[in-house]
Design a protein around this ligand. Sequence first.
Ligand code: C2E
Ligand code: CA
Ligand code: CA
Ligand code: CA
Length: 273
Amino acid sequence: QKKLHLSEPRMFTHDLFQSLKHVENLRDGLQEAIDKKQLYVCYQPIVCCKSKIPWSFEALLRWDFNGDLVNPDIFIPLAEQSGLIHDIGAWVLNRACIDASQWQHSPNASVSVNVSIIQLMDDDFIHILDKALKTSKLPPQRLHLEITESMFADNKGKVRAQLDAIKARDVQVSIDDFGTGYSSLSQLQTLNFDTVKIDRSFVQNIDEGGEAIIKATMFIANQFGSQTVAEGIETELEAQRMDEMGVDYLQGFLFAKPMRNDDLRIWVEKLNS
Ligand code: C2E
Ligand code: CA
Ligand code: CA
Ligand code: CA
């Protein structure tokens, strides 16, 4: 309940709060959302810093609650609290793998899927992953799982075992929102991530200390052989400064906002024409 007020309120209108209160049971509400196709996945390009060619597309969940767009920063925590994240997460993973397997416009690009730590800690997660890969026939190298770093501290051993199982399948692992959590450097080293995603708060506050943090992150990522993505790139100047610091890939509104799958195809076709 408290989370409702703490999260970014920008799309959380009073009306929506009233309607949510009327959803007797959140599980029914979100389950219904899946059934009624109120939940859908948008994709945001992550492009190569040098060539601007799309390298991956991040799957971002959307909930259209009778015309109100509910921000995932609000409903993901609710889904985590209620346990619904297991169903929703499995649905997103499956949807994203199927969509990516059919991207004739970008046969080599990956799809990046956010995985909540609650999903990751579930004994069934690897089974769900295998099923999504099998159903979609997506080559596992084209799947990246994004895991937020703030979550690791309490679950070190199990996180490690799950990440080993994921990597044994050739699926790639990214550490999300890097710099915002409490991961120790040694933990980062033993967990061995393929990609480090630099949080947009550092990109957008580059002159107030962000630059030092990005440089430190780049140093660490290079030491461990991880690739780097900078999130929240909104201006040419930001893109240029990331390039100067050696960041590999960029994501942000400068290139594109998250788009529905059909619009993504149009966006890529335009890019290629
Ligand atoms: P995230 O994983 O850090 O995703 C990036 C967020 O930054 C997205 O917000 C995206 O729309 C936003 N963004 C991208 N470029 C820019 C930019 O240039 N400027 C600004 N201001 N924002 C930008 P979104 O879609 O609202 O998602 C919020 C968070 O919700 C995500 O943060 C992620 O933690 C979570 N989330 C979204 N979809 C899923 C999902 O399927 N599963 C799970 N577990 N979490 C999800
Ligand atoms: Ca993410
Ligand atoms: Ca992020
Ligand atoms: Ca985030």
